[in-house]
Each structure stands twice: as structure tokens, then as C-alpha cells.
Design a protein. Sequence first.
Length: 210
Amino acid sequence: MSLIASASSSSFKQVPAGMHLARCYRIIDLGTQTSEYQGQVRKLHKVMLGFEVHGEDSEGKPLRAETGPMVISKTYTLSLNEKAALRADLAAWRGRDFTITEAKRFELKNVLGHWAMISVATTERDGKEYSNINSVNPVPQYLKKLNIPDGENALVYWEVETGDLQVLETFGKGLQEKIRSSPEFQARGTKEDYAKASGAFADLDEEIPF
């Protein structure tokens, strides 16, 4: 199975608000999750895109956590319907909307390893501050000419029905619990039933639109 789209968490050190250069370093299938919006409970297939962030904060300090670049992620419903958030962000990122044919079948792994400019905003909830990705945009040409830095995190593409369980164990506890709660994961067989996924991709096309 591939993550086919058809018609938010971060590191312990919060990514500051602003526009940042970022690289999509992991795509994680969360399976079907229960969500509530305006009193309506729905079960929707969710996917998470994770970005490593490069650059400096407002004080000129590198955007670094203890173990590497600061990271931030955004969770989407796996849909390319006209009003879907995933479609809006991907269309902005690639610089054009999807054609009818493209919207019927788009492999999400195509964005893995690509660079973007992400707009981050901070919000406060229950006395805690959170960083959220507001939008995903293409990298301006002038920045590309200044040389994009090397990515640091290994590229990870993980699908709930077939993903390597050892890779799953490297995710945060909360993320693991969310994935394990999905009906797709609970329907899996034993670890021996699945071939291990490599978790990394090489020779990806560097040009957008994906």
C-alpha cells in the first residue's frame, strides 16, 4: 500500500513564530483517528508531515535542539478534496493547484526530502504555548542561489499497515499510542508478517512540483 491522497506536534524546544526554511524529513501514516469538530464526531484517515527547521531566531541564534535541528509537524486528513487542508498546503508549496487527474491519485511520499518555507505561529492553550504550521510555501529562488543547507535527519516514510515496528518504536510515546489506537494498526498481524521498510529514500528529484 502507498499513501495515496485523493479528491501538530514539535520538538520540546518550540519553533519560534515566523517564516523558516524547512525540509520535510518524515511522513507518518496515523491511520483512522477519531476527531470532533463543532460537536460532530468523525473518523478520518490522518497523516503527519514532519519538518526539520534551519536558520536563526529573532536574536540570531541557530534554530537547534539538543540533538539537531528543531523540528515541527502538522497533521492532516489524507484527502485532496477542494477544501482539504492538505491540498491547500501542497498546492501552495508546489506553486499550482492539482489538476483533476492529479487530485485523483497523488503519492504523498513524493514530497519527502523537499525543502519549503513554512510559516509558524504560536498559540496558548491551557497555560502552555504551542507552535503550529500555518502554511507551507516554495523556497524563493534567491535562497536557492545562496545554497540550501544539507539535511540532517534521516528520511522516514512509515505506513500504518506495513511499516517496520522497530521504526515505530523510535517515535515519541504519544505518537506511538495514537498510531496503535487506529483500527488499521490493530488489524495488523505479527511483526514477522511484514517485511521491514527501509525508512530512508535516496535519489529523490530535487525539483518541485514533486
